[in-house]
Unconditional design. Structure first.
Length: 90
């Protein structure tokens, strides 16, 4: 399983999201600090979960970072996060 798959699986396990998207953004950061030659260092995630209800943006981001602590220890360098609550049904 590659890092993208591990991140998605972990986010699904922790947040039971209505939607999750994980994009490897490493190519855009080639040559920057923390960018590895093989990629898999910079990611963009979007998580839509009721778990974020009532939390500030900072608190939501902390939850996502905490869920991915193992990935950061294993070489993940940067994460762009969009963590939102599902829109209410009309």
């Amino acid at each position: 399983m590659d890092r993208k798959q591990r991140i998605e699986a972990r986010l699904r396990d922790v947040f039971a999201p209505a939607q999750v998207a994980v994009d490897d953004d490493s190519a855009r950061h080639a040559g920057h600090a923390g960018a590895g030659a093989g990629g898999e260092t910079h990611y963009r995630v979007r998580v839509v979960s009721p778990r974020f209800q009532g939390l500030s943006r900072v608190a939501r981001h902390r939850l996502v970072f905490d869920a991915l602590t193992g990935e950061f220890a294993g070489g993940l360098h940067a994460l762009t996060i969009e963590a939102v609550v599902p829109e209410p049904a009309a």
